[in-house]
Design a protein around this ligand. Sequence first.
Ligand code: ADP
Ligand code: MG
Length: 706
Amino acid sequence: MHSLDAIFKPRSIAIIGATTRKGSIGREILRNLFDYEFNGKIFPVNPRYENIHSVKAYPTVLSIPDAVDLAVIIVPKEHVMQAVEDCGRKGVKGLVIISAGFREVGGEGIKREEAIVAAIRKHGMRLIGPNCMGVIAAIPDVQMNATFSPAAPSLGNLAMMSQSGALGVAILLAAQKLNLGMSYFASVGNKADVSAPDLLEYWENDPHTDVIALYLESFGEPQRFFELSKRISKKKPIVVVKSGTSAAGARAASSHTGAMASLEVAVEALLQQAGVVRVSTIEEMIDVVAGFARAPVPRGNRVCIVTNAGGPGIMAADNVEAQGLVTAELSPKTQEAMRRYLPPEASVRNPVDMVAGAGPDEYEKILDLALADDGVDLAIAIFVPPLMIEPIEVMRRITRVGRAYDKPVLSVLMAEERYYEMIPREIPDAVPFYKFPEAAANVAAQMNRHREWRAVPAGKVRTFKADAKRARAIIDAKIEVGGGYLAPSDAYDVLDAFGFPVCKHRTVATDGDIAAAAKATGYPVVLKVVGEGIVHKSDIGGVVVGIDSRDELLAARKEMEKKLRAAGAWDAVTGFLVQEMASAGKEVILGVVRDPRLGPLLMFGMGGKYVEILRDVVFRVMPVTDIDAAEMVHRIKSYPLLEGVRGDVPVDIDFIVECIQRLAHLVTTIDGIEELDMNPVMVHPERAHCRVLDARIRVRAAKASI
Ligand code: ADP
Ligand code: MG
């Protein structure tokens, strides 16, 4: 038995705080339990009543003669603790605390919540809430609606969690209107105990659940959420609305990576790597969930659009292609068969425009032909009802053909409002239906992304031979002196210890012998200014490339000093770096910034001076697998530049993929790196010429001793 069974499959429920008072939560929950025809026993608890709605009431949970699996607690916050203690003594195993006035109010509320959590741990109970709207289990042997929601779902294959009670009600209302069935619904409120990862785990192998939907404001345990959703999304689509990422905003950072990372970026990376279907609005969530719940996952990305009106067909086609799907090429045989069936003014090339006269028979026949075509993976049927044709009959036929194939059919009905309520009643197994073509195209794209995700192998985390001891010594020494940016030579040493090809270089004091350094490095060289406060060296004239001789070097040194003085930066200068000149290639950036909640965020993108302007970068959270690393490179918009355009030879992509994995290895092996930028890494068609040209590593200060 799973510990959450007490909550989702109870055989008996105590309603602590049940009342007959109209408009009170204690009354609504009791009524919902009756109305939903709960399969077990119900025990109202309230010392002020003998009976509540002709059911015997008990003064406390301890006076109930039978065993109690679940208690729903609705009493005022001051009395919750007593009720919890009573439940513990009674041997109750599941709690749903509806009452508010806990962590969400701060101060005393936090203490109250902590005391409750301690009590449930002591008694081995599981808890949903507090400050929530309750739970529903629609599954046949349970039929429990322990919420005060005015709407309740019928039985279906969707399990849903909402962190917000109010949005939970809105979702239940919308689902009811669409006749979108659910297996479970949980409003989790403050998530003092049960949170998204627990529910994911519970629903992973639940035979009633095919689709999981989550409205999240915060992750709770990001790592556990990540690992579970990564695994479960290979089997069942997990649709997530994640809100609350905008306010946190930018962090104080001086690295390129830090400047471009935000909480939103981190969350997006995590959800993407977890294979979650992320949607941005509740409306989109309902659309997408309806698609997954009522249609099979497509086996490819080729879409056929069947319509009776040109405009919506084009809208659908545009949206389909904009989202990475393709409009299917129908076989000549299919086109011929369609041609025989349709009037001459119809178009049998995708989008198939049957023109306005098309009725139920045409929809059924043409969709049948489209779905039978091996080049079609998904169909979108669009119907704009002309006066003389009955929409419900058309929808019925679309559903009939759709159900005959193992390919998804999404329908678009651009009709009067009343039809959207009629369809679920008249056609309970209707294929997913939408009001606009772009909504259907978006659902198709989300379904396709899920298909692609399922096809991707899990990937492996690679490690490399590295001199971790040398790198750790450098980082630890910096931590000892209070952290901050490593000297360039130290940063290069750390990277070198982990196998990155750094440019040969020498650091020289401000008045040191740069010519000797250049001789040791070998011409041509690059001269760079060194100074801890100097961030973007080239902005202030602190980088001179392509120096071929001693004379040029000394002239460059002189000119650089002049520019640095003019920029008011000379006081910050502690020396110069003389560096080997790298062969020309493409400049990319690799970086890391540590997020306080999600850990190290890895970044890859097009590098050089314009990174912040182009923002052509991709982030990933740990662990970064070989598959993730390859995907990062392929995902940036400038990827074709790396592959070579206009006669350019492709750069060594494998080298970049390996660098990403080396960086992941470095930050997971060495503790204390807060930010790291390699900008640029010069990538070249030949691996032997690839080099790290510039690196900055910021190290944390020592942790306060306990
Ligand atoms: P910063 O980022 O502080 O301005 P960089 O060291 O990144 O300074 O240098 C700026 C630019 O100079 C690089 O983007 C690259 O185009 C060029 N550059 C720097 N070092 C080298 C080198 N060793 N070989 C070739 N080009 C270099
Ligand atoms: Mg740079």
